[in-house]
Design a protein. Structure first.
Length: 361
């Protein structure tokens, strides 16, 4: 089955199609992870994006029902060099091709993914169209031009109703911007009593459960598109211990009066080096984001930079100089990727414990 990738600048890549037969428009990005394609595909932060994998073979260990990070795939397409349709793993239940067909995702393989990655690095993430059905360049261009890829993806991926997961320790309110399942799992492992709120829950709704802390999750898109939510986050961080990751990290920056900006091609993969300034130690982290925090804009608002990216020196973490608030740009829960920075969940527990004890005095 023939397949095609057409970029907004006119560049074309011809390969073979797999997964759903169809045509899809999205933002072209690349991911450098060597494993974890199932978790990547089901990460809600990829909503609206077409993912180009740099690792040459995808699908060799299959797909199972245990490692999804959400109930569906929100990405718009999947591009690989070589697809394995005969997986070998004791947990495998289906092939990656079967998964994409089940989830209605268009796939493309047998293309030069290295060339595509270099294209993105040189020109930046861009709008594109992927198809294994339609091959007329004129028609593909018309379809792509007629599709707006800047949508409210957070609204799409966030929970639609409040969910409660009982626990015996600290009461945590989770603002769901597109939470991965393993984030919730890490809070469960620490016996937190978890209430998951829709992204647009009001301050009063969140505070009605009298939480000991608030967790701001990962999620897709531009944080500046969530102006009303930023106001809620501003009220929260002035009231209660708060921990934000990825989009949640960016929301905190905006809430304290700082600024964010779009990266040329973002950070997506399980091998990004980050320096923890406070610990004087480097970690390998899992990342998936296209926006970053402007350091000068937050330092002037009382934030202290705690983590830096070892590749481009962008802000990877910060904390407030007086409020019980901190955040990181990467994913401390891994999935896929290293769990070296899971200590940050313990830091959140310690922060809530300290605040509760201080309030009791």
């Amino acid at each position: 089955m023939k397949g095609i990738l057409y970029l907004e600048d006119g560049t074309t890549y011809i390969g073979k199609g797999f997964g759903k037969i169809g045509t899809s428009v999205g933002e072209l990005v690349f991911n450098t992870s060597m494993t974890g394609y199932q978790e990547i595909l089901t990460d809600p932060s990829y909503a609206g994006q077409i993912i180009n994998m740099t690792y040459p073979m995808i699908g060799n260990y299959g797909v199972n029902s245990y490692e999804n990070e959400s109930e569906r795939v929100y990405a718009k397409g999947f591009i690989v060099k070589s697809v394995c349709n005969n997986p070998s793993n004791y947990m495998s239940e289906m092939s990656i091709d079967d998964m994409l067909k089940k989830m209605n995702i268009v796939g493309l393989y047998d293309v030069d993914t290295r060339a595509i990655t270099k294209k993105i690095r040189n020109s930046g993430a861009m709008k594109c169209i992927i198809s294994n059905k339609e091959f007329s360049i004129e028609k593909l261009k018309d379809i792509m031009d007629g599709k707006n890829i800047k949508e409210n993806y957070v609204k799409m991926v966030s929970t639609k109703k409040i969910k409660h997961i009982e626990g015996s320790q600290f009461k945590v309110a989770v603002m769901d911007f597109g939470a991965k399942g393993n984030i919730i799992e890490n809070l469960k492992q620490r016996n937190c009593d978890i209430t998951i709120f829709p992204f647009n829950a009001s301050y009063n709704e969140i505070m009605s459960i009298k939480p000991d802390g608030v967790f701001l999750t990962n999620g897709p898109g531009d944080p500046k598109d969530l102006g009303d939510v930023v106001k809620t986050v501003k009220s929260i961080i002035n009231s209660i211990p708060t921990f934000g990751i990825c989009l949640g990290h960016q929301m905190i920056a905006l809430a304290i009066g700082g600024d964010t900006y779009k990266l040329k091609f973002g950070h997506r993969g399980g091998n990004h080096g980050v320096y923890d300034i406070e610990r004087d130690k480097a970690y390998i982290t899992s990342q998936n984001h296209g926006y970053a925090v402007d350091p000068k804009s937050v330092e002037s608002k009382g934030m202290i930079i705690t983590h830096r990216n070892l590749n481009d020196d962008t802000v990877e973490g910060m904390k407030h100089n007086s409020l019980p608030v901190f955040s990181v740009q990467f994913h401390p829960e891994g999935a896929p990727g290293p769990t070296d920075t899971a200590y940050l969940f313990d830091k959140f527990i310690t922060l809530m414990d300290k605040t509760v004890k201080e309030e009791a005095i």
